[in-house]
Design a protein around this ligand. Structure first.
Ligand code: CA
Length: 225
C-alpha cells in the first residue's frame, strides 16, 4: 500500500487515481501527525511525502522515520514545489530515496516509485501473475480481469494466487487449504468449494469464460477451456 501525505485534496486525489490505475493500493493523509499515525498503524510499503505539510513538515517526518528502526527502510519520495538544488540535497540528506518537484507528471512519479521499489524492495516488485485476461498484483493485492478491477475477499485472493502460481496444474482441496489458510489448519474440504464458487462468481460468473476447472473428486486447476 502506498501512503500519500499531501494536504491539497485535489492533488492527493489525482495522485491516488493514477497510482490506483497503476495497480497500487493507496491511502491518503492530509497532515503530518496523521501521516505518522498511519505509518505506525498500517505499515505502508511506500510513502509519497509532501514537503510542506501542516503540523509536521515532510522533512521532519522523514528525519523522524529514519531514526526508528522499523521505518529505516520505508521507501520515501519527497514531493515539493521547492526545486532549488540545496532543497533537493536536503531532502536526500534526511533520508528520502528520491525527490520530485511540482508540478510533476503522475506517470513519472509512478515510474520513480517503481524504480525505488526495485532498488529497495525487490521482493515487492515484479510480482505480477498473469493468466489469460487475469492479472494478479501481489504488491497492491489487486486483481484485474480484462482490465477491470475485481474485488476479492482475502481467501479468494489467496486461492487465486495459489492457482495462478501453478497454471494448468491440478491442486487438491487439501493443497489449496495449505496454501490459502496455512498448513495444519483444519478446514473442511467443502469450505474450499464455497470459496471457489465465490471466486468464480467474482471473476464474472457465467458472463465470462470460466478459468477454474473442477476436477471431480480431487480439486481444481486454472485452465482455459
Ligand atoms: Ca503542501
Amino acid at each position: 500500500m502506498v501512503l500519500i501525505a499531501e494536504d491539497e485534496p485535489g492533488q492527493a486525489e489525482v495522485l491516488k487515481y493514477n497510482l490506483e490505475s497503476s495497480g497500487f493500493g493507496v491511502r491518503t493523509s492530509p497532515n503530518g501527525a496523521d501521516t505518522l499515525q498511519q505509518i505506525e498503524e498500517d505499515r505502508p510499503d511506500f510513502l509519497v511525502l509532501d514537503w510542506m505539510l501542516p503540523e509536521i513538515s515532510g522533512i521532519e517526518i522523514c528525519r523522524r522515520l529514519r531514526k526508528i528502526e522499523q521505518n529505516k527502510d520505508l521507501p520515501i519520495i519527497m514531493v515539493t514545489a521547492r526545486g532549488e538544488e540545496e532543497d533537493r540535497i536536503r531532502a536526500l540528506e534526511v533520508g528520502a530515496d528520491d525527490y520530485m518537484v511540482k508540478p510533476y507528471s503522475s506517470g513519472e512519479l509512478v515510474a520513480r516509485i517503481n524504480a525505488v521499489l526495485r532498488r529497495t524492495s525487490p521482493a515487492l516488485i515484479g510480482e505480477k501473475l498473469e493468466f489469460a485476461d487475469l492479472v494478479l498484483d501481489l504488491v497492491s493485492r489487486k486483481v484485474k480481469r480484462d482490465g477491470d478491477f475485481i474485488h476479492l475477499g482475502p481467501k479468494e485472493f489467496k486461492i487465486l494466487q495459489a492457482l495462478m502460481q501453478r497454471p494448468g496444474r491440478v491442486l487438491s482441496r487439501r493443497q489449496i487449504i495449505d496454501l490459502a489458510w496455512g498448513q495444519n489448519i483444519y478446514i473442511e474440504d467443502r469450505t474450499v468449494d464455497v470459496h471457489i464458487r465465490r471466486l468464480r462468481s467474482a471473476l464474472g460468473g457465467d458472463d465470462k469464460p470460466n478459468l477454474i476447472r473442477t476436477v471431480r473428486g480431487f480439486g481444481y486447476s486454472l485452465d482455459q477451456e
